[in-house]
Design a protein. Structure first.
Lengths: 277, 573
């Protein structure tokens, strides 16, 4: 990460003048607040941060920051961010996504981004619903949750992103609650500073299509034990917790993927020699 | 004995027989001797154990297409050779050499009236320690084509230097045996001696030339998902990028590959990916994103038979529609097509230059024929096209990434530039990049993106325009070489035909095309597409004068110069 520290970095320096389209009460406002606080804590100037996203309510976040941003197509933010980070290792790259964008249409990229372990931070604002298209079930929606697209519920077992991340090789795994924005900001700082691919799942209620999620603030609780670097222990904890355990759950030691640049930079004209007879 | 300026040879065998190795060594040796030539490999879909044929053409002039018919065909064996059907076209003048143990030649050989001579290559190879029939076939070909035995042996010694003295000795003994066996055989024609002129000589495939063109044009990042017949581009680029300060990343699929290059290019690095039809289909959505967010990038599509999985190992020109029209919304972008194996170098370099200059995605429509054919050529001249992006290196005041600049190209801030922060967006946006759904901004930004492509001066590289006469032959891509040869044969009959082959397919150039067609009374369109995609494209964008005829068919059988020649001479006015 970049340590080009400037003294006067305040959360406000990282906020743009674009007004969010989110519904009043949306958890994503708090995530934005956590982003700006985390960036200020890190002290990385806004022009050295890139916030990359796909499509969905959560993916609107780049334009609300004063960093460089890319609001791309649905589900492909991790791939776009990988291309950026391997060619610009000097930048701090944060990817923002939601449970539809990240776990459904973007599921394959999630697995491979964990596996590739490029030094970036992946933040998924999980509200267990497709909000922007007005309330369809996402991969994390409970099986009995009734929607117009799935009358009576999907009957499907929800996707478990933290387990998938661990199994696929993510190097840092945490769960946060948007309402607890101070803790979220602290965890984001840690995630960004941790080498390799860091995955931060933020429970971020959709007050419009999941009013029941207003109760999340009463359901979340700190993880009873601190993070582990043992994947087996982490797997057992993550698989058996109630889904509302907050904090850093896994801190791995894998070496991040870093392509070797120009170890022996040669003149492009040298390349044609292999065509010569 | 007739002396000919070019000669065609096929070496055929079942998978593992070494037909392709013999073909490769033959073109390399002939090229080292001073000839020019082209080698096309044709194989079945199997990785091992299928049928394989090396189709060569050697000449003392540049060769850009296959011959109409084979002058010489050597079958190491004929197992499954009938699967090639018309790709192994012989005539009464052809000499076919087979092995009595190799089965019967395909029925088309007897039907064509070709002369068949047997040489027991397999039996002869048994008499040589580690001997292989394909080296005997190489010796037979060398003798009949007039490549000197000493020259061929010396070449093999150099070429196989890494394989150890036993392998070299076995190969040389095989070649020697081949020369002896062919001593009494009369090919009935002799290839004119090469005319070396001291120019540097290259042996390259179109796919490799694309790689070199990309790096010369400034490309320093590639994302890769393997697909036939484009993989060699990516495999060539992996070490080449590493050597020139760049990097290649293998993607999990084509969706990731195209988005990776968007990300890298957003970060300021000129970027490319290479694929074929199925992969291009997956990349289309993100190409729209690159158009809207004005991200320069290059996508090479090495076309193969389609739709769907189609014929992965063989050529067709049927991705024109998806390349030009496949994007949803009004999405102006660039589409280029190389016109020969050698031109893959120029066209890719130009593509990188245009993409960077215009901040627009650029599709290059190569195809399996030019991509996987190997040519022996004189070193192409250098061109000066190197991608230069208009950057906002210093930002004072409010930065407008999508400012409505006169030419349509607005300065791009690269992450890291203080004050240049903006969010690149696929949503309709205003000049600052802020999303909007208003009519005014939508219209203004669509105008801007169209304007920058339409007002750019592309120069004479936009098309190949040659010759005169009231008949214009209009073609594109890899058929340009066959068209040129067909026209040359018509000229020998006293018929003048003009050639028009656009290298720039999108944006269209109505004024320049009209100028090229001025005074023409007839138009002959030649294309390798069942649906006549190029014909429809021309009808959509250009006024075609007088009578129009179309010579088209799908792959995999390439349209040959002879057919084009016939279409010209049979068109009586």
């Amino acid at each position: 990460m970049n340590l080009d520290v400037r003294p006067a970095c305040k959360p406000g320096d990282y906020k743009s003048d674009v007004k969010p389209i989110w519904c009043p009460g949306c958890g994503d406002y708090h995530v934005l607040l956590s982003f700006t606080r985390a960036f200020a804590q890190l002290g990385v100037p806004p022009e050295r941060i890139a916030v990359i996203s796909g499509i969905g309510c959560s993916s609107r976040i780049p334009a609300y920051t004063n960093c460089y941003g890319f609001h791309g197509v649905h589900g492909r933010s991790l791939a776009l961010a990988a291309g950026l980070k391997v060619t610009r290792p000097d930048l701090t790259v944060v990817v923002a996504s939601g449970d539809g964008d990240g776990y459904s249409i973007g599921g394959n990229h999630f697995i491979h981004a964990c596996r590739r372990n490029i030094d970036m931070t992946y933040v998924v604002m999980d509200n267990h619903i497709y909000g922007m298209t007005k309330g369809q079930p996402s991969p994390t929606t409970e099986p009995e949750f009734d929607t117009a697209l799935s009358p009576g519920g999907t009957g499907l077992r929800p996707f478990h992103p933290l387990v998938v991340a661990l199994a696929s090789g993510a190097n840092f795994i945490a769960r946060c609650f948007s309402g607890d924005f101070n803790q979220t900001a602290d965890i984001l700082v840690e995630a960004i500073e941790h080498p390799g691919f860091s995955f931060v799942e933020i429970l971020s209620p959709c007050v419009t299509f999941r009013p029941d999620e207003k109760e999340w603030k009463n359901m979340v609780h700190p993880a009873p034990v601190g993070p582990t670097d043992d994947p087996a222990k982490a797997a057992r904890r993550i698989m058996t917790d109630d889904g509302f355990n907050l904090g850093v759950l896994y801190r791995g030691k894998r070496q991040p993927y870093r392509p070797e640049f120009g170890a022996q930079v040669s003149d492009p004209a040298e390349l044609e020699k292999e065509f010569e007879l | 004995m007739t002396e000919v300026a070019n000669l065609s040879v096929a070496i055929v065998g079942s998978g593992g027989a070494g037909a392709l190795t013999a073909g490769n060594l033959l073109i390399e040796a002939a090229s080292a001797a001073g000839w020019q030539g082209l080698l096309t490999r044709t194989v079945g879909p199997q990785i091992r154990g299928g049928e394989a044929a090396a189709l060569l053409r050697l000449a003392n002039h540049p060769i850009e297409c296959l011959a109409d018919r084979l002058d010489l065909m050597i079958g190491i064996d004929w197992l499954n050779a009938q699967r090639f059907g018309a790709e192994l076209d012989t005539g009464p003048h052809s000499l076919v050499i087979g092995d009595p143990q190799g089965g019967d030649p395909p029925p088309s050989v007897a039907k064509s009236g070709a002369r068949v001579v047997q040489i027991p290559m397999k039996e002869m190879a048994k008499g040589i320690p580690d001997g292989r029939p394909n080296m005997i076939a190489l010796g037979v070909a060398g003798k009949l084509l007039g490549v000197g035995e000493n020259f061929l042996s010396a070449f093999i010694e150099k070429r196989l230097a890494g394989k150890g003295p036993a392998a070299i000795e076995a190969s040389k003994a095989g070649i020697r045996a081949g020369f002896r066996a062919a001593a009494g055989i009369d090919l009935g024609m002799r290839l004119s001696a090469p005319k070396p002129n001291g120019a540097k000589r290259w042996l390259t495939s179109g796919n490799e030339a694309v790689g070199l063109g990309a790096i010369r044009g400034g490309i320093r990042f590639a994302a890769a998902y393997p697909i036939t017949p484009a993989t060699e581009i990516l495999e060539w680029l992996a070490p080449a990028l590493a050597r020139t300060g760049g990097v290649l990343l293998q993607a999990e699929d084509e969706l990731a590959a195209i988005n990776m290059i968007i990300g890298a290019s957003f970060g300021g690095t000129p970027s490319l990916t290479a694929t074929s039809g199925p992969g291009l289909s997956l990349m289309i959505e993100a190409l729209g994103l690159a158009t809207a967010s004005e991200i320069p990038l290059v996508v090479i599509d090495v076309m193969r038979g389609g739709p769907s999985t189609g014929i992965p190992t063989k050529s067709e020109q049927a991705d024109l529609n998806i390349a030009v029209y496949g994007l949803h919304g009004d999405a102006p972008h660039l589409v280029l097509a190389p016109q020969s194996v050698a031109d893959c170098l120029f066209t890719t370099q130009w593509a990188a230059y245009l993409a960077e200059s215009l901040q627009a995605p650029t599709i290059v429509l190569s195809d399996q024929f030019v991509g996987q054919s190997l040519v022996a050529i004189e070193r192409p001249a250098d061109v000066a096209f190197i991608g230069q992006r208009l950057r906002a290196s210093e930002v004072n005041g409010v930065y407008k990434r999508y400012a409505l600049a006169a030419g349509g190209v607005s300065p791009m801030a690269i992450p890291g530039t203080p004050g240049g922060q903006y969010t690149a967006d696929g949503l309709t946006h205003n000049e600052r990049g802020t999303p909007t759904s208003g009519a005014t901004d939508h219209q203004a930004q669509l105008d801007k993106r169209a304007r920058k492509l339409n007002e750019f001066v592309y120069g004479d590289h936009w098309a190949t325009i040659e010759g005169a006469g009231d008949l214009a032959l209009v073609t594109w891509g890899s058929l340009t070489g066959a068209a040129r040869e067909g026209i040359a044969r018509a000229a020998a009959d006293g018929i003048e035909v003009a050639l028009i082959a656009p290298r720039l397919l999108s944006p269209v150039q109505p004024e320049r095309f009209a100028a090229a067609l001025k005074g023409k009374k007839r138009v002959l369109i030649v294309e390798q597409s069942h649906g006549g995609q190029f014909h429809r494209y021309l009808r959509a964008h250009y006024d075609l004068p007088g009578e129009v005829r179309v010579l088209n068919r799908p792959g995999p059988l390439p349209i040959k110069a002879g057919e084009i020649h016939r279409a010209i001479t049979e068109w009586r006015v």
